[in-house]
Design a protein around this ligand. Structure first.
Ligand code: DMJ
Length: 547
């Protein structure tokens, strides 16, 4: 049992871990992407956009530091430029940069920032997120709609770019891209993400599984290992979280179909193995540290028993090594050659957070305490926290990935703070909701928060509110157009989505056709009131009617 007073102290320790790493990054590595914690300098890794600062921005607010959040948000607006000749990973830029900027934009109200009229449907951080995402759109212009893995932010896709990419690299866009579309009113982003998802869904095997790497031009599976870990993981995560964020039953149905095949072919004693996607025969009997997000995802779906048992398996590996090795051979009960490292990944802590929220069982706090102690003991350097190259002898690597501050620290902190506003559950009047939108008609945070795969929280209420504003504006526009051009069909002035790509989104705060001083009255938003049939989305957790 970890008492409340101890949980509060642990929260303070986690904060000081954050500032040790964050201040070292600012002092020694900014404006590079990442800190090198052994040589105490910086390097560009996934691009050249001060990645750690973007990724860590919302963590500042999670830890309660409004002033630093405001300062950094303004530095980023002044210094980050996406108009650069850099080859960037489409996946990583989306989850870390677009996701980080979107959540910072959505949290800007709570951070006490000066908000422009119309926020959260407009704002400088939202425009930055849209600008970053727009640079990724050329990657989606393939015959299948599945994106290339890499794009040059200035020139688009190189003619020599490989068409082979991983499954997660195709199916991990719907959260950020639908958020962008629904906040800005520009459908391009959500359209390309959905097209990629539909194309991927159609490539599943006869037994209902997807492989690991696919050719986005020919739709041929190049690596045919099916599993829930590296190369695939966040595809499944986004089907579930996309279903919750967007109240989209089709995405949930896709996940359930995959899950039936996953349970049937890959699950053994609550471990998940890798199997051949067409035959279902075991190809690799290993557990990968990236798979540790799965119990958390299961808990969102209400599959608690299964989640608890799988978590116990993974926690036993953590206890064996004081961290999760990248690969672990299940039959041998040991690490796999050349995969003995632990780059300070968040996944097991993330699952612990969801499972503690769902069960209140202190086993999950104990994992948090174990993680905190081993990271302090093994990884702390005078200049930050270093990835573990080998968990057997605790050799270190000169790298601190940006997800350490975006995810690992954030989930650890949230695990020990069960009343944090990001867990949702606020009661009206307790100050945990805020207003936004024109005339304060959006009640933000009322529907809980959905974390993207880089732990950046997104607010379903903001999406709902802005897309409703946008729809109402469109209806008004159509009505006015049909008055001035009675023969033109309503809506016919809108360009198709592909023609709109590259144009700036229409501002949601722009006032159209209202007389001076006139204000359109909108009903107050609480949260989506008509979820899809027979399922309820409550505070980010989906339960069956009979659960
Ligand atoms: C993060 O960038 C994301 O969580 C991603 O989905 C998987 N890899 C890292 C963390 O391990």
């Amino acid at each position: 049992m970890i008492e409340m007073s101890e949980q509060v102290c642990l929260g303070e320790r986690i904060k000081s871990m954050f500032y040790h790493a964050y201040n070292s990054y600012l002092d020694n590595a900014f404006p590079y992407d990442e800190l090198r914690p052994l040589t105490c300098d910086g390097q560009d890794t996934w691009g050249s956009f001060s990645l750690t600062l973007i990724d860590a921005l919302d963590t500042l607010l999670v830890l309660g530091n409004q002033t630093e959040f405001q300062r950094v948000a303004s530095i980023l607006q002044d210094t980050v430029d996406f108009d650069i000749d850099v080859n960037a990973s489409v996946f990583e830029t989306n989850i870390r940069v677009v996701g980080g900027l979107l959540s910072a934009h959505l949290l800007a109200g709570r951070a006490g920032m000066e908000l422009e009229p119309g926020w959260p449907c407009s704002g400088p951080l939202l425009r930055m997120a849209a600008e970053a995402a727009r640079r990724l759109i050329p990657a989606f212009q393939t015959p299948t709609g599945m994106p290339y893995g890499t794009v040059n932010l200035l020139h688009g896709v190189s003619p020599t770019e490989t068409p082979v990419t991983c499954t997660a690299g195709v199916g991990t866009f719907i959260l950020e891209f639908a958020t962008l579309s629904r906040l800005t009113g520009d459908p391009t982003f959500e359209d390309v993400a959905r097209r990629a998802l539909t194309a991927l869904w159609k490539t599943r095997s006869d037994i209902g599984l997807v492989g690991n790497h696919i050719d986005v031009l020919s739709k041929k599976w190049v690596a045919q290992d099916a599993g829930i870990g590296a190369g695939v993981d966040s595809y499944f995560e986004y089907l579930v979280k996309g279903a919750i964020l967007l109240q989209d039953e089709e995405l949930l149905n896709m996940f359930h179909a995959y899950d039936a095949a996953i349970q049937n072919y890959t699950r053994f004693d609550d471990w998940y193995l890798w199997v051949q996607m067409h035959k279902g025969t075991v190809s690799m009997p290993i557990f990968q540290s990236l798979e540790a997000f799965w119990p958390g995802l299961q808990s969102l779906l209400g599959n608690l028993d299964s989640a608890v048992r799988t978590f116990q398996n993974y926690y036993s590996v953590w206890r064996q090594f004081g961290g999760l090795p990248e690969f672990y051979s299940i039959p041998q009960g040991y690490t796999v050659d050349k995969r003995e490292g632990y780059p300070l990944r968040p996944e097991l802590i993330e699952s612990a957070m969801y499972l503690f929220r769902a069960t209140g069982d202190h086993t999950y706090l104990q994992l948090g305490l174990d993680a905190l102690e081993s990271i302090e003991k093994v990884s702390r350097t005078p200049c930050g926290y270093a990835s573990v190259k080998d968990l057997r002898d605790h050799q270190l690597d000169n790298r601190m990935e940006s997800f350490f501050l975006a995810e690992t620290i954030k989930y650890l902190y949230l695990l020990f703070d069960p009343t944090h506003f990001l867990h949702g559950g606020g009661m009206e009047g307790d100050g945990s909701w805020e207003e936004g939108g024109e005339g304060g008609q959006c009640v933000l945070g009322a529907g809980g928060f959905i974390f993207n795969t880089e732990a950046h929280p997104l607010d379903p209420a903001a999406l709902y509110c802005c897309s409703r504003h946008s729809k109402e504006r469109q209806e008004l526009r159509d009505a006015l157009l049909s008055l001035s051009h009675p023969k033109k069909k309503a809506g016919s002035q809108s360009k198709p989505a592909d023609e709109r790509a590259g144009e700036p989104p229409q501002s949601q705060s722009e006032s159209i056709a209202l007389k001076p001083g006139e204000k359109k009255t909108l009903p107050t938003l609480s949260c989506p009131v008509q979820p899809f049939s027979a399922r309820l989305s409550v505070l980010g957790q989906v339960f069956s009617d009979n659960s």
